[in-house]
Design a binder for this molecule. Structure first.
Ligand SMILES: NC(=O)c1ccc[n+]([C@@H]2O[C@H](COP(=O)([O-])OP(=O)(O)OC[C@H]3O[C@@H](n4cnc5c(N)ncnc54)[C@H](OP(=O)(O)O)[C@@H]3O)[C@@H](O)[C@H]2O)c1
Length: 299
């Protein structure tokens, strides 16, 4: 019997995307080694030494990096740590895989763009991040490009929801259960994306041995208000979504107004067109949240 293909999934123990990616690769027959904080603290001084040792002992065919500093507002006052996780870690991974027969998948974000465009962002559009988080993620991409790796896939994604960890949809539904009316921002538009779809399409790209920069999000676009509204409707909760402007809901980090991502390159190369986000959202809510919310299953 042929040996299983082996992947190290950084963030695979607790990350929103990392857990879905680890599950999808495992279900597809890969041997998956999930790396969490208990294995390596990537902000520690000895992290790169330990990571290199781990790669040499496990000899994976693929490293999938779903570790990041993702707290967009906190990053404004924690630029050093954001830089360690979002720039230095990918740089270290680039150095490690450069001299080993190992492919690398790294995730980046729609927040590398300034949001001033009025149509979906293509992979070749010029980045211009508005906040510390976006700048640190762009620096991570640049560090990887500087390594000039043969087998490196950089996937920009956005507005994630999925099982295993808190996310915008879960937060909204918890608020909606406790309130008759909630305020949600309507003047930011993006690409809501289901982690399980993202992971499944990542697997396809890996199997097709496609490398370079890809945008990978569910189809369609939404404001935070649209996403909240649809989540509440699908969950059959009685709660009104009151649209508010970003200005009325001040946050530490400036956010881009429009960051819908265009997946044209993904389609050109693989023929994959991710399904519309409302379909994916329905799957997430009915599969993972409905039992808890007693949706349609109380006889
Ligand atoms: N979430 C989104 O809406 C979104 C949007 C666009 C792009 N992305 C990108 O998608 C990727 C995955 O994001 P996500 O939402 O899945 O992130 P997440 O849920 O916040 O997970 C981040 C992972 O990194 C780990 N981590 C953080 N600091 C660490 C440290 N010092 N040592 C070891 N592990 C550490 C976390 O472990 P702990 O649980 O122990 O903290 C967690 O497993 C990231 O590259 C992110 O930039 C996300």
């Amino acid at each position: 019997m042929a040996a299983k293909r082996k992947a190290l999934v950084l963030g695979g123990v607790s990350g929103l995307l990392g857990q879905s990616a680890a599950d999808i690769f495992q279900d597809a027959g890969w041997e998956v080694v999930r790396i969490g904080r208990r294995d390596i603290d990537f902000s520690a001084k000895d992290a790169s030494y330990r990571l290199e040792g781990l790669v040499d002992s496990e000899e994976p065919e693929l490293i999938l990096n779903a570790v990041a500093y993702t707290k967009v507002d906190a990053a404004e006052e924690d630029a050093d740590l954001a830089g360690v996780l979002n720039r230095a870690l990918p740089a270290t991974l680039g150095r490690i895989v450069k001299t080993r027969p190992c492919a690398l998948v790294h995730y980046s974000t729609d927040f590398v763009f300034n949001g001033k465009k009025k149509s979906p962002y293509d992979v070749d559009d010029k980045p211009g991040p508005l906040n510390v988080y976006g700048k640190s993620k762009l620096a991570g991409e640049e560090a990887l490009r500087a390594c000039d790796l043969e087998k490196c896939l950089i996937i920009r994604t956005a507005w994630l929801f999925g099982p295993g960890r808190g996310n915008f949809v879960l937060t909204i539904l918890n608020l909606a259960k406790k309130n008759k009316k909630i305020n949600v921002i309507f003047d930011q538009t993006g690409s809501p994306t289901y982690t399980l779809d993202l992971a499944a399409h990542t697997l396809k790209l890996v199997e097709a041995e496609e490398y370079g920069v890809f945008h990978l999000v569910n189809s369609g676009q939404a404001s935070w208000c649209d996403l909240a509204d649809e989540s509440i409707r699908l969950s059959q909760i009685e709660c009104l979504v009151n649209p508010v402007r970003s200005q009325e809901y001040p946050q530490k980090a400036l956010r881009p107004a429009y960051t819908v991502l265009d997946c044209a390159r993904l389609f050109r190369v693989t023929g994959i067109k991710p399904r519309p986000w409302p379909q994916a959202l329905r799957d997430y809510i009915y599969t993972y949240l409905a039992p808890e919310m007693h949706l349609g299953n109380e006889g």
